[in-house]
Design a protein around this ligand. Structure first.
Ligand code: DP6
Length: 419
């Protein structure tokens, strides 16, 4: 559906007549998109330009009430150049991946319009565009900001140009993992076979409502920018790690089938075990890369040990960790375990100053820990090591915001409050 055209521009006088109205037209769309966290990891490309992976992957889309990117895209005949603002700062609009997404959306729009007798949209494809995008979480802190960012960009551009249908292929050109953020719930990115990438697409395995008890705790240990970006890191891994080659060819295909079964059956024991093993194998391929890449730090290892002690104490898998290209831990668990595990984390890493801000997101009940649990699980406390815990759950894919007051750009096409 083409976007509504905003016709109010300050001082434009509100002229009548369709030619006048079109001349002043400013088309603007705002979308939000989610972060996703892989439980079968993507690591390694077979085509760097098209962003085609060496193995399929599977992820859980996280709820946008807690983590999201918001993007406004606008086009106008009055704009003299393409411009981009990231978190309120003007940024390079010429980034090749951004340009690839823009080119692909425009190509699809052209194709769509070519099919109909007449171009009913007044939005000229050669109009310059303005894009403003914001995350409600730290950029490049290992929270998959590029996935949400490109999924949001592609969703907003597609709406702007009236393009519908398969868009994961376009989002993939921005960042591999972004194709999985185009859908909610449990999502598989199929590796595909074709050299042109037309079959390297994301599809939903199950909707976010499929497993209502599933919860996610993001343990934010560092807001710092990560050391080695995933793009560069995975390239070195492809070039040097025999373990990565083995993983892609011999391990992942079987794991994917197994993971889909665990999800279908809502089998937390199986899901959690495989999630932890796959995260560990991904980080093993990083160590097998030469020179090696270290995304986990002492604190990440501390959290891994804590999770295993917690599970051992209960005699089953109650929590499962996974780590991407950064030290933040993402913990999967079920609703009935959240309060107890959060208390274990609080006792293990007593918050430094902002005690009341330590747990964010969905509410967490209080739990008192039995003495034997504390004795068996809680280590020597490391104060302040975990900055905060974000409590969230699986959620839906990108959303269109209808309310014009939520646009990040004003009627003049500039960020609100921009000097
Ligand atoms: C460890 O999607 O960020 O998070 O395709 O080069 O942009 P590019 O890489 P990116 O890699 C994500 C890697 C990962 C695992 C995953 O999300 O599957």
């Amino acid at each position: 559906m083409p976007p509504a055209l905003g016709r109010e521009r300050p001082g434009s006088g509100g002229g009548s007549g369709s030619a006048m109205a079109e001349e002043r037209a400013l088309a603007m769309v705002t979308c939000t998109a989610p972060v996703n966290i892989a439980v079968i990891k993507y690591w390694g490309k077979r085509d760097n330009d098209l962003i085609l992976p060496i193995n399929s992957s599977l992820s859980v889309t996280l709820h946008q009430d807690q983590l999201k990117t918001t993007t406004t895209a606008a086009a106008s005949r009055d704009f003299t150049e393409d411009r981009l603002w990231l978190n309120g700062e003007e940024a390079d609009v010429g980034h090749p991946r951004l340009q690839a997404c823009l080119r692909e959306v425009r190509r699809l729009a052209r194709k769509r319009r070519g099919g109909s007798a007449e171009d009913s949209s007044p939005l000229n494809l050669s109009y310059k565009i303005h894009i403003a995008t914001e995350n409600n979480f730290p950029t490049a802190a290992g929270l998959a900001s590029s996935a949400a960012g490109y999924a949001c960009l592609v969703s907003a551009l597609a709406r702007l140009y009236g393009v519908e249908g398969e868009l994961s292929e376009v989002a993939r050109r921005g960042s591999g993992s972004a194709c999985r953020s185009m859908l909610g719930g449990f999502v598989q990115w199929q590796r595909g076979e074709r050299p042109d990438g037309r079959d390297s697409l994301a599809h939903q395995v199950a909707p976010e409502t499929h497993w209502p008890e599933l919860r996610v705790l993001v343990l934010v240990v560092s807001g710092e920018k990560k050391q080695v970006g995933s793009t560069a890191g995975m390239q070195t891994s492809v070039d040097t790690s025999p373990l990565l080659k083995h993983r892609a060819e011999a391990v992942v295909p079987e794991r994917l089938a197994l993971m889909m079964r665990h999800i279908r059956e809502r089998d937390f024991e199986g899901f959690g075990q495989l999630t932890m093993r796959d995260s560990n194998q991904f980080h093993a391929t990083c160590l097998d890369t030469f020179p090696p890449i270290f995304y986990l730090n002492d604190l990440s290892r501390h959290i891994i040990a804590l999770a295993h002690r917690f599970n051992a104490h209960h005699g089953r898998t109650k929590v499962a960790y996974t780590f991407d290209a950064g030290p933040n831990a993402v913990i999967f668990t079920l609703a009935d375990t959240v309060a107890e595990f959060v208390e274990v984390v609080r006792r293990s890493f007593p918050p430094a100053a902002n005690g009341d801000q330590f747990v964010r997101g969905l509410p967490v009940g209080s739990a008192s820990l039995p003495e034997e649990l504390v004795a068996a699980v809680v280590p020597e406390p490391v104060p302040g090591a975990v900055r905060y815990i974000l409590h969230t759950q699986p959620g839906p894919g990108p959303q269109l915001l209808d309310d014009p007051s939520q646009h990040l750009l004003g009627a003049d096409g500039l960020p609100r409050g921009w000097p």
